[in-house]
Design a protein around this ligand. Sequence first.
Ligand code: 5GP
Ligand code: MG
Ligand code: MG
Length: 183
Amino acid sequence: MSLLDDIQSVLYPEEDIQRRVREIGAELTEAYAGKAPLVVGVLKGAAPFMADLVRRMDLPLELDYMVVSSYGQATKTSGVVKIIKDLDFEIEGRDVIIVEDIIDTGLTLRYLADLLLRRNPRSLRIVTLLDKPHNRRVDIRPDIVGFVAPDEFVVGYGLDYAEKYRNLPFIGILKSRVYAGRA
Ligand code: 5GP
Ligand code: MG
Ligand code: MG
């Protein structure tokens, strides 16, 4: 048995992801030259992207993480955002970059962005590896998007189905039998 047996198709191969991560890292390095941004990863999904991205940013940045929950085990959003772990750092007057894995309805990011904006950062930008604009329910515009994704449920490179598949180095679509519980 291999994890790969559950994959229907690969949407973003590892090489494409890594190339895009390098590009975004270079873009941020230029945009924040002379600054020391606080890069905020939204766990768990953004962990692989965050780890790869910050190593492509030549800046005296600092890292922080938030843990939020919005989906539970399901593939559909409940619309409920819960802060499980808040930031360790104060962000007033700081240049903050939120790093997300994917924006779908936008509910999670809208809530997070509003929460952080109330703390008066000097600037707040949103970087997401994937953007699925088709399902948007609230107005939230990421400043940098890795890839505009089709309206499909994807897994890998941090993205889970029932907490599994986050460790795939690529992003793909699962076979339907996995959802049917016959995996
Ligand atoms: P939103 O609040 O924008 O609808 O969703 C944000 C969160 O939902 C993401 O951070 C991610 O955890 C989850 N999510 C949305 N779309 C997908 C998807 O296609 N695959 C996976 N694995 N998670 C998704
Ligand atoms: Mg996420
Ligand atoms: Mg999830």
